[in-house]
Design a binder for this molecule. Structure first.
Ligand code: NI
Length: 175
């Protein structure tokens, strides 16, 4: 079911979300289906459960290729529950981001370029990945939602924050 996406200013986007304690449940399956439906409907690159008002540490992302990284593989369709992120270097890179909770805008956001993340699949199986570039950026953006952080809070250069149609950036999906 397509759900309403909360927009910046809603206090529910600022909560630190709660860990999932039971996996492979009907409730979790329904949440993930709603998240997939909502993300697909809005043509998003990722979605976090708090964005539909659900206070749980659940994110989904992937399924898109990215024109900024034409040689990189598309980010795989991923369900990531109770994620843990560890940067593998202190190097950061800036890139454009949008967010379904901040519609119509884009910002230039610093993120770690290399990181390891771990967490749980829908089944409760633990997995781990080492990623870089756009994949790393998407994971950081989505996991920030679980800690009440929206990408504008990360912007350092506000001269590169504006309306998508005015900025005229090549196709970057909302996360
Ligand atoms: Ni977002």
């Amino acid at each position: 079911m397509i759900r309403e996406v909360l927009r910046m200013g809603d206090p529910r986007l600022l909560r630190v979300a709660q860990p999932v304690t039971k996996f492979a449940t009907q409730q979790l399956a329904e949440l993930l289906q709603d998240m997939r439906d909502t993300m697909a409907h809005l043509d998003g690159a990722g979605l976090a459960a708090p964005q539909i008002g659900v206070d749980l540490r659940v994110v989904i992302f992937g399924g898109m290729s990215n024109p900024r990284y034409p040689d990189a593989p598309a980010v795989p369709d991923t369900v990531l529950i109770n994620p843990e992120l560890v940067p593998l270097s202190s190097v950061e890179d800036d890139g454009w981001e949008g967010c379904l909770s901040v519609p119509g805008l884009r910002g230039w956001v610093p993120r770690w370029t290399h990181l390891r993340y771990a967490g749980y699949a829908q089944t409760g199986q633990r997995f781990e990945r080492v990623v870089e570039g756009f994949h790393a950026r998407v994971v950081q953006h989505e996991c920030d939602h679980l800690n009440g952080i929206l990408y504008p809070m990360r912007i350092r250069d506000f001269s590169r924050f504006g309306f998508t149609d005015v900025l005229n950036i090549p196709g970057i999906a909302d996360e």
